[in-house]
Design a protein around this ligand. Structure first.
Ligand SMILES: Cc1cc2nc3c(=O)[nH]c(=O)nc-3n(C[C@H](O)[C@H](O)[C@H](O)COP(=O)(O)OP(=O)(O)OC[C@H]3O[C@@H](n4cnc5c(N)ncnc54)[C@H](O)[C@@H]3O)c2cc1C
Length: 341
């Protein structure tokens, strides 16, 4: 049985490990277009902040990967010919499969404002992006972050931690407004302010401005100009299912309009919260507890991602901060004799 997995992220790796655990003799081929060995993608946020060195992102050792006995191909899959059980690589090679798993993840939605192609307009999808951002960082240089979800927050925290004068632009008045309520959002925004991030609520980029192809500033829709060397955009992700015009998945035409909502990266987190089920009733009602609980659930996701490396912080400073608030809030409730509701 020839198993072929497209994508060498956590889903591809977990599938390879599951197949190998059940069938020692199965032929497994994994095709990935990233040149690196398997690394933790969520760990990129910690790398950006300087919490961990890059080597700590490689959460499977070379011998772990050798023991898996997977034939790894570094290439991009361009076309799926499902009727013939074949796939075609970018270099024209064809590969047959008996079983195929598409584990190609998602990529950042590109911005549509003018100037988006300038050097310095960045996203954070993979290790190369993180390396590029780190290279472009310089103390007291300007950085602008756009986007209302977790990746934008991580970018703002990371750039600020690297000494950049960081501006965070939010389209609305609340951070992560489809997940957090007013109080929860305020905790996050207060923390960002405390860390030195300059917040611009209800603000959108009109255009990125550059000189000789290099970003120098952005102009907001209200006409404000902010000088910056980096404009980090995290406005959602799209599934990577672009396997050429002829490809069909299960005989059905692929749905080009299918988009993953901007908060996709938080879905596990929200599921974790709902699935927890063991919260004291008070936590269900109290916004402060709820936000910390959500962030705690975020920490659990680390473990679901194949275990965090030893010594890797289990939550970033924001998470620790919120959890600290939760603990002191519970202590206050106990001291003041208030009962859990
Ligand atoms: C900065 C950041 C922080 C995150 N933090 C968290 C977190 O704290 N908790 C959490 O749960 N999630 C987090 N996420 C999201 C999490 O990383 C993803 O949900 C997870 O990586 C998805 O795994 P995957 O294997 O499905 O896809 P991916 O990890 O995206 O892997 C897919 C792989 O397939 C490759 N590929 C795609 N198309 C092709 C092709 N045609 N041919 C060959 N190869 C291809 C891609 O290059 C990639 O290597 C974070 C993501 C980022 C970017």
């Amino acid at each position: 049985m020839q198993h072929v997995i497209i994508g060498s992220g956590i889903a591809g790796l977990a599938a390879a490990e599951a197949i190998r655990a059940r069938d020692a003799s199965a032929a497994i081929t994994m095709i990935g277009d990233e040149p690196h060995a398997f690394y933790s993608r969520p760990g990129l946020a910690y790398l950006l902040r300087g919490d961990v060195p890059e080597r700590q992102l490689f959460i499977r050792t070379a011998s772990d990967l050798r023991a898996l006995a997977v034939n790894r191909i570094h290439a991009r899959v361009d076309k799926l010919l499902v009727n013939d059980q074949l796939l075609e690589l970018a270099d024209g090679r064809r590969l047959a499969y008996d079983r195929l798993l598409i584990a190609t993840g998602a990529r950042a939605t590109p911005p549509s404002f003018p100037g988006a192609e300038l050097e310095g307009v960045v996203k954070l999808d993979n290790l190369d992006d993180a390396r590029g951002i780190l290279q472009a960082c310089g103390r007291r240089q300007g950085a602008v972050v756009v986007g209302g979800g977790i990746t934008a927050l991580e970018l703002a925290e990371g750039l600020c931690a690297r000494g950049m004068r960081t501006h965070y632009l939010l389209r609305g008045r609340r951070y992560w407004s489809d997940v957090l309520d007013d109080v929860e959002s305020q905790i996050v925004l207060d923390r960002l302010r405390h860390e030195g991030v300059r917040l611009h609520l209800e603000t959108q980029v009109k255009q990125a401005i550059g000189e000789q192809g290099q970003l120098t500033a952005i102009e907001t829709q209200s006409g404000e100009r902010i000088a910056c060397r980096i404009l980090a955009v995290a406005i959602g992700v799209r599934p990577r299912i672009d396997f050429g015009p002829a490809s069909r998945i299960d005989g059905r035409p692929r749905d080009r309009s299918q988009r993953v909502p901007a908060n996709q990266r938080g879905q596990h987190l929200r599921r974790g919260r709902r699935g927890a089920g063991t919260r004291p009733p008070h936590r269900n009602r109290c916004a402060r507890c709820a936000v910390a609980h959500r962030l705690e659930a975020g920490r659990v996701r680390w473990r679901q991602h194949g275990g965090s490396p030893r010594n890797l912080p289990q939550g970033n400073s924001l998470q620790r901060h919120a959890i600290g608030r939760l603990e002191s809030h519970h202590r206050w409730r106990r001291r003041s004799g208030r009962q859990e509701r």
